[in-house]
Design a binder for this molecule. Structure first.
Ligand SMILES: NC(=O)C1=CN([C@@H]2O[C@H](COP(=O)(O)OP(=O)(O)OC[C@H]3O[C@@H](n4cnc5c(N)ncnc54)[C@H](O)[C@@H]3O)[C@@H](O)[C@H]2O)C=CC1
Ligand SMILES: CC(=O)C(=O)O
Ligand SMILES: [Mg+2]
Length: 672
């Protein structure tokens, strides 16, 4: 043991000495690598023994405790005698899950998926290390359980599923207390926070406090894909109420049963939360997740130049879509630089859709010369179809909230009356859905830059509000991209219309989650539009057997390929903010990751089994860009000046060396 300590000390001092000289980054890298390896073997000091160890998920190894460790920690006799390896433990766990599969002979179903989630969640609660061993080793099998689609089901049922707390809850009732509450979290250091207010969970709408499930699921991917230490992640739910009438009436709902805070009151809560977490952990990175679009953009603008934060739905999704869109160009056998010639129809102008539109337009403009006219002409490549509520309908819905203070009888009466008026207006509002032109009233400011000029539209045989099928028929786009949260929106009529596409290989991105919200299935896409299309969906689908010895590949176009790398790269660069350039570098890295042959075969995103590798590359690209933009302030031993000296290969190596892996540490007991 003392040998270990000596080596670690020696290695640390070597790094220090090297840093003082700062002449040889390669030697520094080597010392850091040596140090990291030793740190991996450094024993962990625990201040507990016996059953307390077995009941602590950080330290518990279950049957994998060696006999000497059992003696050292007073565990002898508290476990069955057969000492198992990690591999045997995973085998036993999987065999147990297999039994569940045998029982669920009807094939995948919601109760089956939930049962699987419960079993994994119980493992998470009792043995963190083994949980991440299982997740990393079988990520393709378990990502759909801890992440989309099953995480959606989990959020919908969270009040019933809740057993043990995970993460922190800041509610509207906690105003004025957050700065002290944040010290209730036991970890001294937190690297990553994923926060949601539960207002738009996947495509499932407002799930209130139950939305914490999505923050937990995203952080599982941070650990599995980016190797962020699980002791340094924090899922957060900001409960400002819910406008989900069902949850408001549910006696078993776990959150605040009042309508959502709005306006300045809402912003004050989020401000207080941000101040609290950045006061305790100045270097933390905060990922905003699944906020309704009304707040997603405003909060992003409010914080992005002050705090280390990003919005995954707006910015992560945009990067993943750009990578996919560039892949679609390559899949047509054309160079990426042809991207500005693509005609793109987007269905859904919410936080994700607008994020994609802005990023795609900027990418095209850059390729066209990066000036104003390039930006103008890039804008003409997009046709946006949306369906929004009118302002009056929104007013009626909000008015219900304002009536809360009246006598109960009156409240109920007016509530119902206004809800009915709201519903009627909503129905009327449906007539205003469709192609967005400058003629549209009450257009969202974010969507305005993509509104088509009326004259231009009419020259194409289109008008304000033209249906998606009409738009596709007239535009004959290269790409049809859905971020609408409306399952089946790419109907037979729409897909038939896409057969007229002028592209040699039309691409369909049905990106809405979870599975039932996908705009179409791959079977529908391949069978209606043809074998030669490119298909991507937000949630995983099986590849399609095209029946002629060919496979219709189903790509998973999900921001999970970027957000872990964006977070890790930001952490390791020590960048003060997350710049557009860093996000662009992440997207380009993903786009270039796929080999020519894969792309020509219709594979534009890597399989989930490669997620740890792509995340490492994305993180390295983010670090590199942060250095280039002079934003990198360094991390631990690697300060800004040393980062500057690293070559591309050394940056990748640096990232790899700093990714946590789930190995059981040797435990040594010391009295408190
Ligand atoms: N694959 C991925 O990585 C990601 C997928 N998503 C998914 O995208 C969907 C949308 O997310 P957000 O943009 O954040 O939600 P949002 O609620 O902000 O946006 C949805 C938009 O679709 C529009 N819409 C509704 N019905 C429509 C219709 N019939 N035709 C055209 N547009 C219609 C709405 O008016 C709204 O503007 C969700 O299902 C979400 O799970 C979101 C982020 C990442
Ligand atoms: C994937 C994701 O972030 C979403 O569906 O909201
Ligand atoms: Mg999301």
């Amino acid at each position: 043991m003392s040998n270990f300590s000596n080596q670690i000390r020696a290695s640390s001092s070597l790094i220090k000495r090297l840093r003082q000289r700062m002449t040889n980054p390669a030697a520094l890298m080597q010392a850091t690598r040596h140090f990291t390896t030793l740190e991996g073997h450094r024993p962990t000091i625990v201040h507990k023994r016996s059953l307390d160890i077995l009941h602590d998920p950080w330290f518990n190894k279950g049957t994998a405790f060696s006999m000497t460790e059992r003696d050292r920690l007073d565990l002898r006799g508290l476990l069955p005698p057969n000492v198992m390896t990690s591999e045997q433990q995973i085998q036993r766990f999987k065999a147990d899950l297999k039994r569940l599969e045998v029982q669920a002979r009807d094939g995948p179903s919601d109760p089956y998926a939930l049962a699987k989630w419960r079993i994994l969640n119980r493992l998470h609660d009792r043995n963190e290390t083994m949980y991440y061993q299982v997740l990393i080793a079988h990520i393709e099998e378990y990502a759909p359980i801890v992440y989309t689609p099953t995480v959606g089901l989990v959020c919908q049922n969270y009040s019933g599923l809740f057993r043990r707390p995970r993460g922190m809850y800041f509610s509207a009732e906690d105003r004025g207390e957050m700065m002290s509450m944040v010290y209730n979290w036991p970890a001294e250091q937190v690297d990553m926070i994923v926060v949601t207010d539960g207002s738009r969970i996947l495509g499932l709408g407002d799930l209130g406090v139950q939305g914490i499930g999505i923050a937990i699921g995203k952080l599982d991917l941070y650990v599995a894909a980016a190797g962020i230490n699980p002791q340094r992640v924090l899922p957060v739910m900001i409960d400002v109420g819910t406008n989900n009438e069902k949850l408001l009436k549910d006696p078993l709902y776990l959150g605040l049963q009042e309508h959502r805070l709005d306006g300045d009151e809402y912003i004050a809560v989020i401000d207080e939360f941000m101040e609290a977490v950045f006061t305790r952990w100045p270097h933390v990175i905060v990922q905003f997740e699944d906020f309704q679009s009304k707040w997603a953009f405003k909060l992003l603008q409010r914080y992005r130049n002050t705090y280390r934060m990003f919005n995954d739905d707006v910015q992560g999704t945009a990067g993943v879509a750009i990578a996919g869109l560039l892949g679609a160009v390559r899949a047509q056998g054309r160079p990426m630089i042809d991207f500005p010639k693509q005609k793109i129809v987007v269905a859904g102008a919410g936080s994700a859709g607008i994020g994609v539109l802005n990023a795609a337009r900027k990418t095209m403009a850059r390729m066209l010369g990066n000036n104003e006219s390039a930006f103008e002409s890039a804008g003409r490549q997009f046709w946006v179809v949306d369906a929004k509520l009118s302002l009056l309908a929104r007013y009626c819905k909000t008015a219900v909230i304002d009536l809360d203070n009246l006598v109960e009888a009156l409240r109920i009466f007016f509530s119902y009356a206004l809800s009915i008026i709201g519903m009627i207006i909503e129905l009327v509002a449906l007539y205003t859905q469709g192609l967005i032109t400058e003629e549209r009233e009450n257009i969202d400011p974010e969507a305005l830059p993509f509104a088509r000029k009326v004259k231009e539209a009419s020259r194409q045989g289109l008008r304000e509000g033209a249906s998606l099928a009409e738009v596709v028929r007239e535009v004959k786009p290269d790409v049809l991209l859905g971020l609408s949260a409306v399952g089946g929106l790419f109907s037979k009529e729409v897909l038939e219309a896409l057969k007229g596409s002028t592209s040699t290989r039309p691409a369909i991105f049905a990106m809405s989650n979870p599975t039932k919200n996908a705009e179409c299935t791959p079977e529908e896409a391949f069978s209606i539009v043809g074998d030669n299309i490119l298909f991507a969906s937000g949630s995983p689908f099986q590849d399609v057997d095209l029946g002629n010895g060919h496979i219709g590949h189903c790509n998973q176009g999900n921001n999970m390929y970027l957000f872990p790398g964006i977070g890790l790269g930001t952490l390791l660069s020590g960048s003060r903010i997350i710049s557009d350039g860093m996000l662009q570098a992440a997207a380009e890295c993903l786009a270039e990751y796929m080999a020519e042959e894969e792309v020509l075969n219709g594979i534009i995103y890597p399989s989930t089994s490669r997620i740890r590798d792509i995340t490492k590359e994305v993180a390295a690209a983010v670090v590199k860009e942060a250095i280039k933009e002079d934003l990198a302030e360094g991390y631990r031993e690697m300060d800004a000046r040393e980062l500057q000296k690293l070559s591309q290969e050394e940056i990748v190596e640096y990232v790899k060396n700093n990714m946590w892996s789930p190995d059981y540490p040797t435990l040594v007991y010391r009295r408190d």
